[in-house]
Design a protein around this ligand. Structure first.
Ligand SMILES: Nc1ncnc2c1ncn2[C@@H]1O[C@H](COP(=O)(O)OP(=O)(O)OP(=O)(O)O)[C@@H](O)[C@H]1O
Ligand SMILES: [Mg+2]
Length: 720
């Protein structure tokens, strides 16, 4: 479309793709060939005495031998100068020939400078043929023109820019002299030949010299004006388009006018006036045409711009579409990855739980058998208890990864904790692994759950041990007052952090696995050797505590796991452990517990436990029903034991209401999973994590009731 628009322009660029430089050189060479050819023809005409060859243009004066020699030298010099890659030698030869032409011309022009002096043209003429005819010889105009053209050639490669310019001006002057000399013949103006600088210049000489001067001007195509005039761009096209109209047309009109006056068709004055009027009209027409061209060009440019803008907008639209498609594809990918992760997680949980359930199932089967020896009964009971313990650990790790575990953050000295678990870590790693500890001078207080902190340490140390295949060095470095850098695209933090870095000399981790290792159930260990939950616990605990874990590793050299935990002031916000109730054992049979649990089996099981512990119980399935029970008989209950996640009000809301309505009534909450408790564990209420044992429930309830203010007004009703 753009090409089509351009081809409609009045002065469209020529389709030829030849560069301005190449075109200029070609014209210059053609001028050289013409000049050389004419000069040789004239010389041959003199030598072989063929008059027609001396004058070439019938009816006109011949070119004298000296002029022919000068133009021959110039023509050959031009051919050397206009070669595409003129070597040093050929340039030198060209300059010598131009010097010779200048010398010949100066010799011929000497007679005009010093009248009566030696006439070179006459002398040369005699050598060849015969003395010069009277009134002939090298014209002053020819001598000046030849010197000018030769100077142009001599100076065109000068180092100084000014000299090069002077050469160009000299060549231009030569062209004008030759052109005026030639025009004198065309216009039949005797004055141009009978006196003054142009006298007696033969027409053939004027044509040859003019052509040669033009060639000299074009022989250096790197000049800006040559590029403008001959270039393929708009300027060149416009110049070539207008040049004939602005130069040739006035010359032709002038010629017409002169002949018309001479033929008596017009008065001289009328002719001049007519010429002026016609020229003015001609120029006005040209100007209008130029203006129209410019206007058309502007319109074309505008259309071009509009087209470009349209293309731009279309492009932007396509980019936006592609970006949207890409985002959709990315979403789909993320979704697919999520599904894969969920699949992996579900598969892992199902696999592990199936193993544990198999143990429980078969143990219970054996326990049901009559006549079981006490020793085997104890063994199966222990197996069930251990398995439940492991299952509970598994869920705890999963919750840790999900950052939904109920943490009990405390402020403790990490240095002290590390020293406390040192011997345990030593026994974990074995004798062939050297543990280097780098501890700070002063204590490092951290706010986190100490049990989870130790678990994270154990996980890191066990991983390091496995990576070192039981042999190597493990460095545990503790430092405080450090900032947290950006980790895996998460922003850093300028706050103070306590940092534990565990560096091993083990196998290292491949770069593409660095993020995968934190996924739950991702393991490279043999079946039965790793569950793939260790690092999930570490990262879940760190993140939930307000910190993070970073990993750096070089395959074959080792890895460094860096655990960041928020630093705390010494003793700040330390949470006191629940004091064990001391003194007299409580009369539990008098105690009545309101159990709130929406799951019927768990509710029944819980009341069974409490009965076995000697408590009276009332079971409700919703928080609303529990409130109604309490309001029905105030002070009936000694404590409320409630699940957290239930339809309706929920355990936390119930506990908060009770804190307002009955501040003396202790509330113990229980849950296996609660984001509410995970985000703010305490809420000021006691909490027992599911799965719980009878012992844990009894301990917490005893402690809660022991702290209860003794304001009971009425005895509890019989248990339901
Ligand atoms: N220090 C380490 N050097 C090399 N690889 C490690 C290191 N720590 C972890 N890994 C890699 O990360 C994987 C996941 O570790 P993670 O602790 O989560 O699970 P695991 O050790 O395989 O199993 P688990 O800890 O549950 O027994 C490992 O299987 C191991 O490939
Ligand atoms: Mg591990």
């Amino acid at each position: 479309m753009v090409e089509a628009e351009r081809s409609k322009l009045p002065y469209a660029a020529p389709s030829r793709t030849m560069s301005a430089a190449a075109r200029a050189r070609r014209i210059a060479r053609a001028c050289g060939v013409f000049g050389t050819g004419v000069s040789l023809t004239v010389l041959a005409g003199w030598w072989f005495d063929v008059p027609a060859m001396r004058r070439l243009l019938p009816g006109h004066a011949p070119m004298v031998v000296l002029s022919a020699l000068a133009t021959l030298m110039l023509g050959m010099a031009l051919l050397f100068a206009a070669r595409r890659e003129s070597a040093r030698l050929s340039r030198r030869v060209g300059r010598c020939l131009a010097g010779a032409a200048a010398a010949i011309a100066l010799g011929g022009g000497l007679q005009y400078a010093i009248p009566g002096s030696f006439r070179l043209d006459d002398w040369v003429q005699r050598l060849v043929f015969a003395p010069l005819a009277p009134g002939s010889g090298m014209a002053l105009a020819t001598a000046i023109g030849a010197v000018g053209a030769a100077s142009g050639l001599l100076l065109q490669d000068a180092r100084s820019r000014r000299l090069r310019l002077l050469g160009a001006v000299a060549a231009l002057f030569a062209f004008v002299v030759a052109a005026v000399g030639g025009l004198g013949y065309a216009y039949g103006l005797g004055a141009f030949h009978q006196g003054g600088p142009f006298s007696r210049m033969a027409l053939v000489t004027a044509l040859t010299l003019g052509t040669l001067s033009l060639g000299v001007l074009l022989s250096r195509p790197n000049r800006p004006w040559v590029t403008s005039v001959l270039g393929g761009g708009d300027a060149g096209t416009l110049t070539r388009h207008l040049m004939p109209a602005t130069v040739l047309a006035p010359l032709f009109l002038g010629l017409l006018q002169l002949h018309a006056v001479r033929a008596g068709l017009l008065e001289a004055e009328t002719g001049t006036a007519l010429l002026v009027i016609v020229l003015a009209l001609w120029l006005a027409g040209l100007t209008t045409r130029l203006a129209r061209s410019v206007e058309r060009r502007a319109v074309a440019d505008r259309q071009l711009r509009d087209a470009l803008q349209g293309m731009n907008e279309a492009l932007e639209q396509r980019v936006a579409e592609r970006t949207r498609e890409l985002a959709e594809a990315q979403d789909a990918l993320v979704q697919a990855q999520k599904m894969e992760a969920i699949g992996q997680l579900t598969g892992g949980v199902a696999h592990d739980f199936n193993n544990l359930l198999t143990i429980i199932h078969s143990s219970v089967d054996f326990l049901r058998r009559p006549n079981l020896s006490e020793e085997r009964r104890t063994r199966y009971m222990d197996a069930v208890s251990d398995t439940v313990e492991r299952a509970s650990k598994l869920t705890a790790q999963l919750l840790a990864f999900a950052r939904r575990q109920s943490l009990r953050p405390e402020v403790f000295d990490a240095r002290e904790r590390l020293a406390g678990v040192a011997s345990m870590l030593d026994s974990l790693t074995g004798a062939r692994i050297r543990i280097v500890r780098e501890m700070p001078e002063s204590p490092c207080f951290v706010r986190a759950d100490p049990t989870q902190f130790e678990t994270a340490l154990v996980n890191l140390v066990v991983n390091a041990r496995d990576a070192m295949a039981g042999e190597g060095t493990l460095t545990i470095a503790l430092s405080c007052g450090r900032t947290k850098p950006p980790i895996r695209g998460h922003a850093g933090s300028p706050n103070d952090f306590v940092v534990v870095a565990a560096t091993d000399t083990g196998s290292g981790i491949a770069k593409e696995r660095l993020t995968q290792i934190f996924e739950p159930f991702f393991t490279t260990k043999e079946v039965g050797k790793g569950t793939g939950l260790g690092l999930s616990q570490v990262i879940g605990f760190a993140k939930q505590s307000g910190g993070d874990v970073d990993v750096a590793s070089v395959v074959g050299r080792g890895s460094t796991f860096t655990l960041y935990l928020p630093q705390a002031e010494a003793g700040a916000g330390e949470e006191k452990a629940v004091p064990e109730p001391d003194g007299q054992p409580l009369e539990q049979a008098d105690r009545c517990i309101l159990v709130v649990e929406d799951n019927i089996e768990i509710g029944a099981f819980c009341t069974q436990i409490l009965h076995d512990l000697g408590y009276g119980t009332v079971l409700t399935q919703t928080a609303e029903a529990a409130l109604a029970e309490i309001e029905a008989v105030p002070f009936r209950f000694d404590a409320v034991f409630s699940d957290v996640v239930m339809p309706g009000m929920g355990g936390i809301e119930l506990a908060k209401r009770l804190r307002e309505l009955h501040p003396e009534l202790p509330v113990v909450l229980t849950s296996g999973y609660s984001h509410v408790l995970a985000s703010d564990h305490a809420h000021g209420f006691e909490f027992v994590r599911k799965p719980y044992s009878a012992e844990q429930v009894g301990k917490v309830l005893r402690a809660a009731i022991a702290r209860k203010p003794k304001v009971r007004m009425a005895p509890a009703d019989a248990p339901v």
